[in-house]
Ligand binder design. Sequence first.
Ligand code: M6R
Length: 365
Amino acid sequence: SLEGFDHYMLKEIYEQPESIRNAMRGRLDEQDATAVFGGLNLTPQQLRGVERIILTGCGTSWHSALVGEYLIEELARIPVSVEYASELRYRNPPIDNNTLVFGITQSGETADTLAALRETKRKGHRTLAICNVVASSIAQAADGGVYLHAGPEIGVASTKAYTSQCCVLAMLALYFGRMRHLSYEGGKRIIEEMQQLPGAVQQALTCDVQVRDVAQKYKDVSNVLYLGRQYNFPTALEGALKLKEISYIHAEGYPAAEMKHGPIALVDEHTPSVFIIPHGTTYEKVLANMEEVKARGGPVIAIASHEDPQIESIADDVIRIPSVPEILQPIVSVVPLQLLSYHIALLRGCDVDKPRNLAKSVTVE
Ligand code: M6R
């Protein structure tokens, strides 16, 4: 039931502190400073021998795969490739031995993801699912996997499944990292940081009031750019997809620095840019990109850390999020973007939970 919320999408956005907690429950091992998973169905030797990882999925699940790429490469130093499941199933790429293939999916029923996993499995590779729906087709087709435990996601726009996918990928990166180069101290620090996540997401939700004002201001635009770098590049893609799906406004997500290679031509006074710019290694660079947009008359909405006094002098609108370590930022920085798409869609009179032309799970090619 809706439990007092107007729409499932909003309810599911607000459930995220809890769904993230559920994704982590029983999986953070403080004693060994690592993560534990019950259903990988692989021996420690097999997991230790993994030399390459392929992450595949569609839509929002493909975005979480991009987050996973950054996480696993950084924490575990295992090369990762991210593939659209719809492309992987027909592309026939050479896949080395000791490659592990993860299918990422909320529903577990997405036809392309299922086919991509079946095809890689047929070739003899180990396949795992990161999935929300228990005993779904993909969960059954894979050799093993990790459930999200996010609870049913009913809104067509995926929200809580995405943050849970990112959370599971962070734990997998920790797990593989601790089998390799990540120190005990390093692992312990990540566990402590992850334990702060539900609280940080809870705090991020308080931006709802600010987001409503921003939604009111920009509800009639026809195009929006979403820009972010590194861990927040997938966030930019996900923010753009959310807006497209439920408000039918054209939106593009880009790595912020890529903007000058083309998309900047779109910038004018009617085209706002949403910058995802919490504190981190590329902060100054993204700030420079933001100034470039301002200089061309483009309105700027910044998703920024609470402790960032200077951002207000450049951005037209600022939405604040709590500071978390860079590797966990996607889980927090996507929250205002989910809310922004929700409020804009609502103001435009769109059917938020059942957007036109879309189904909750895409079981056709
Ligand atoms: O159930 P899945 O995660 O496999 O679904 C994949 C995509 O169809 C899905 O993420 C879609 O892009 C959503 N509507 C995004 O909000």
